[in-house]
Design a protein around this ligand. Structure first.
Ligand SMILES: [Zn+2]
Length: 315
């Protein structure tokens, strides 16, 4: 329990980070840098078809992103896509929390507290919890830096094993491009072929939150689980479902990268390195590193409601 309390003590106060300040009569996120960080480490495993695509397809065919790395050709899951989906999931969670804890609809609440409804990605308010964490800008009002850092990640498995493509046993998927636009009528021209990452493919990840409040960390854990159910990647309404296993949360910067994690997976000892009784990973911090492993992570997620109530009191 004291370890958990030590972790909590290294988190920034909600008033210092998340309470908006007024600039020329408008609410804006505070610029803050506390020198503290929280690093979240885990592995995401696909549980449905996943289409990590960051480019236009060729004609009616869509190919997933691939990269040659550490002796394999791997599916690539870029940081920008991870961040985009998790940001939306975080906003959905945020709106639900508002409606649970207040009598207002989220629209009225956002208008009253932040000066406008906050819409990701093009109508950001730059005053709310989501904007403070993920950053954003608004013409004529200013910009706020993101406090959350994502890194590109790659499949542990070679695409020969983990991707259904033209040459593979499964062949490419056959779909209909109207997946994301149900208002267009179905026609033969809307059919297309797509490659996809198969279920059971693993992507290690590292996420760093700067100047973290406990609410930021708890909210992030919840947002990841929401995003897992909603889906990542192209056609995410039907595809891109994940299971996420959180291996560790630390108040230090990791002395390892996603590439090291891929090598540990190759060697078969990734999870052994994150055992609470004998961890074999290190983190750097000037304030003394507190690292929680495995199930201990749930103690952070469990603080969501209480911390959100704290946030409401400073708004
Ligand atoms: Zn906002």
């Amino acid at each position: 329990m004291s370890k958990l309390n030590d972790f909590f003590r290294q988190m920034a106060n909600i008033e210092d980070v998340l309470e908006p300040r007024e600039v020329k009569g408008k609410k804006v996120v505070k610029p803050i840098y506390t020198r503290q960080v929280v690093t979240i480490i885990g592995v995401k495993t696909t549980k449905s078809r996943f289409l990590p695509v960051s480019h236009e397809g060729h004609g009616i065919e869509t190919y997933i992103d691939k990269v040659d790395l550490l002796g394999k050709t791997r599916a690539e899951f870029i940081a920008r896509k991870l961040k985009g989906i998790e940001r939306r999931a975080h906003m959905t969670l945020f709106r639900e929390l508002v409606e649970q804890h207040t009598n207002d609809g989220w629209q009225a609440f956002f208008a009253a507290k932040f000066g406008k409804e906050c819409v990701v990605p093009d109508g950001l308010c730059i005053a709310c919890w989501n904007c403070s964490l993920f950053g954003g800008l608004e013409a004529g009002r200013g910009a706020t830096f993101s406090r959350i850092r994502y890194f590109d990640t790659y499949s542990e498995e070679d695409v020969v094993e983990c991707v259904a493509m033209l040459e593979s046993e499964e062949g490419m998927g056959i779909g209909n491009v109207i997946f994301e636009d149900i208002n267009k009528p179905r026609t033969a021209e809307t059919y297309h072929l797509y490659e996809y990452v198969k279920a059971g493919t693993r992507f290690p990840f590292i996420t760093i939150i700067e100047s973290p409040t406990l609410l930021d960390v708890a909210g992030y854990l919840w947002a990841v689980r929401r995003a897992d159910e909603h889906g990542y990647g192209k056609y995410s309404a039907n595809h891109g479902k994940f299971d996420t296993e959180f291996l560790a949360i630390s108040t230090g910067y990791p002395r390892f990268s996603v590439l090291d994690m891929l090598e540990w997976m190759e060697e078969g000892d990734l999870k052994d390195r994150f055992q609470p009784d004998n961890p074999q990973v290190s983190f750097d911090s000037i304030q003394g590193v507190i690292t929680l492993y495995g199930e201990e992570v749930e103690s952070i997620a469990a603080r969501l409601q209480e911390e959100f109530e704290g946030y409401l009191t400073v708004l």
